[in-house]
Each structure stands twice: as C-alpha cells, then as structure tokens.
Design a protein around this ligand. Structure first.
Ligand code: ADP
Length: 395
C-alpha cells in the first residue's frame, strides 16, 4: 500500500511517501514547499515531481493520504477524512487557528487532486482518549463542559512514537506491540510488570506526557495548544483571572489580549530576545537576565510535569526527550535531570554531551530508570495507523 503523509502548515506543505506492508515500511520519497499560498498548485506539483522522479508512474498508484489533524469538535481517533471530519476541524478553528484551517482546506484539496485515494486523519488528541475523566475535566459549569471545554492534549503522534520506541529500547516488546492496536481497539492488557514512561516533546511547541503501559495517562497541554509549558511565543498555562485583569488594567481588547498571548508570550515574551532557544542561550552568555529567566521557567515547568506524572504512575522507568530542543539541547536535558538520583535517575553528562540529534541513552550504567533521547518520527506513526486502519476498513 502506498501511503502519502501530508504535513500541512499555515504556509508550508511537506510530504513523505511510504510503501507499507505487513512486514514493515519503506520511505520512497520526501519533499516539501515553503511560503505556500496556493495549496492546489503545490499538491499537483508534488504529485508531478513524484512521477518525473520515477517514484510512481501515475498519481492513481497512491492508495491513501494521511493527515496529522490537531483537534476536532466531538471527533478524535483515527478516522476517514470525510466531510464530517472537515466540519469537526472547522468547528474548532477558533481553538486551533494555526492548524485547523490548513488541514480542512488540504483535505478538501486532496479529495479533488487524488479522487481514488482514501483519506485518513489521525487526530493529535487521539492518544489521550484513555486519560481518566477526572484528569481531563476542568472544574467548570456544565454549560462550559457541554461545549467541549476539557483537556484534550496534543503532540499525540510524537508521544505515541516515544511510547512504542521506548518500550522496544527497554526490551518490552509486549508493551510496544500492545500499543499497535491502540487507535483501533483501545489499550490492550499487559501481563508483565507495569511500564512507566514520561515523554518530553520539546520543540517550537512543547508538552510532557505520562505513558503507562504504552497508553497516555495525562499530558501538560489542555483545551488548546495555548496551554502547558511556556511555548516559543505562546503563554502556556495562565491563571484565567489574569486575562480580565490585564484587559481592564492595560486597557486592551480581547482580540489584542489573544494576540499578545499567542504571539508575544512564551520564551519570546519573557526573554524579549527570541522565540528560539538557541538565541536565548546566546543572550544568556552575554549576561541577559530576562533570557536566563525564560530558560529557567521552561526547565522548571518541564520538571513540574515530569514529577506530576511520575507521581501519578507510582514511579518512572524511563524519561525521554524528543523534538528539536529535546534532541539537541544538552543544557536543558542536564538541568531537567539534575538531583533526581533518589528517584532512580542517574544522569551521565558525557553521554549527554555526545548525544546530538540521534537516538541515545543519557543515564549511567547504575541508573535504575533510563533516560533516552528518541528522535521524533510522527510521520511513521501516521503511516502505520493509516495502514492499520485501511487494512481493517472496506471501501
Ligand atoms: P516544531 O515542529 O514545533 O517547530 P521542532 O521539533 O522542529 O519544532 O523544534 C524546533 C525548535 O528546536 C527550535 O525553535 C529551536 O528552539 C530548537 N532547536 C533546533 N535545533 C536546535 C539545536 N541545535 N540546539 C538547541 N535547540 C534547537
């Protein structure tokens, strides 16, 4: 089965073409476009490129297209990307304005460009379908909860990859395999000892997720991607009382307050320097105290959530770093892991310094719990789920 994974940003389109079968997968091609204004044109160009490169001889050979959709109103899981799916995305466009409109438009466009292919959406919220109700609930009046305000969680495909790969690295193929059917059948029971993993996806946007036997039991992100850890330019968690207070005191409108919370907050807002952690490190070297505060706030928040999930799970067997910052930033990894020996995590700084953008272990030989870097591979999770879904779904 040929599966095209389409990654749609507000101005970008990236793709990866996989050949999938029961024994595994192969990446046949990848590519992308930046500064996109006409999606129809770039999708057709990508399909034409695949043919001129000799990867496929006709666009009809593509059996399926997979979309990593973020958040749908009253819809989650791994679903056929039909009109109902597009409507669910559009109904929550106001909650995920940077993500939902490009996917709604992209799905419509692919339906036209590849009319024979089957379109499948894996929602980023799907990994959190089994989070206990009490942890997903905000203490709000029923009318608020009835319109869909609850903790959803994001970066599901990335944390799912960590769930599978960390289980493999720990020699727990039973857990890795049990997660295989997660989106179709729900969590499978595990007979052996419980496996407790905390996954830190640290990138342009960041989240920490607790994973028990391959299943998410909670995450730092809540109703919208505007929550949890301080993000690159978004605030992360904020006391709801701060919004009306700032509007009244600063004399700003709701729209302006939203703009500042989503564009001028997070690492950018606190540092006053940049939304990129590399620039923040450089500013700290020059003695910038605001940059130092931005960095230490991020580290503090990561540790807060790691601790919360390790406690909820009764301990931790592996702590994992993934995504741009997690894979590259050895200073943040060291600060997150410092002083945790009592909890069974012994950090090895030499291993840490040697591990850059590759899979690796950061814990020392005598550490009871492991510390890993696992490079993100959301596309693979998506390709596998599309293949599993369509292998079980008739036309
Ligand atoms: P996203 O897809 O959310 O934009 P990524 O996972 O690609 O995120 O991460 C992007 C972030 O990773 C950048 O904003 C940057 O802060 C960080 N990053 C990338 N490379 C490095 C590096 N070599 N050292 C430290 N941070 C890095």
């Amino acid at each position: 089965m040929l599966v095209l994974i389409a990654n749609l940003g507000s101005t970008s389109f990236k793709y990866r073409l996989y050949r999938m079968d029961q024994s595994g997968q192969e990446v046949l091609a990848k590519g992308g476009f930046e500064r996109v204004s006409d999606y129809a044109a770039v999708i057709d160009e990508a399909l034409a490129n695949l043919q001129t490169e000799g990867v496929i001889s006709s666009a009809d050979e593509i059996d399926a297209v997979g979309f990593k959709t973020v958040l749908g109103k009253d819809l989650s899981g791994c679903v056929i990307a039909d009109d109902i799916c597009v409507k669910a995305l559009e109904d929550f466009s106001a909650v995920a304005p940077a993500h939902n409109p490009p996917y709604a438009n992209g799905i419509r466009q692919f339906a036209k460009s590849l009319p024979k292919a089957r379109l499948v959406a894996l929602f980023e919220t799907a990994f959190y379908q089994w989070v206990p109700e009490e942890r997903a609930t905000y203490a709000l009046p029923k009318s608020w909860r009835d319109i869909g305000i609850r903790r959803y969680g994001f970066h599901g495909a990335s944390h799912k990859f960590v769930a599978e790969r960390s289980a493999e690295l720990l020699g727990r193929d039973d857990v890795a395999l049990s997660t295989a059917s997660l989106y179709q059948n729900g969590p499978a029971p595990i007979s052996g000892k419980a496996l407790r993993v905390v996954s830190c996806h640290l990138g342009g946007s960041s989240s920490v997720t607790g994973i028990y036997n391959g299943v998410a039991i909670g995450t730092s992100m809540g109703f919208s991607p505007q929550s949890g850890l301080p993000q690159n330019n978004r605030v992360g968690d904020l006391d709801s009382g701060a919004l009306p207070y700032a509007m009244k005191t600063l004399g700003i409108s709701l729209e302006e307050a939203e703009r500042q919370l989503t564009k001028e907050s997070g690492l950018q807002g606190v540092s006053g320097v940049s939304n990129d952690i590399r620039d923040i490190h450089a500013a700290i070297k020059e003695g910038n105290a605001d940059a130092a505060l931005a960095l230490s706030s991020l580290i503090d928040s990561i540790r807060h959530w790691v601790g919360a999930f390790a406690w909820q799970m009764g301990g931790i067997d592996a702590l994992v770093f993934t995504a741009g910052i997690g894979e590259n930033d050895h200073a943040i990894r060291k600060a997150v892991c410092e002083g945790l020996e009592e909890f069974g995590l012994v950090f090895d700084q030499e291993r840490n310094l040697a591990c850059r953008a590759v899979e690796g272990e950061l814990s020392s030989a005598n550490s009871k719990a492991k510390i890993f870097v696992i490079p993100a591979n959301e596309e693979l999770v998506l390709a596998r789920e599309v293949f599993r879904k369509l292998s079980h779904t008739k036309n």
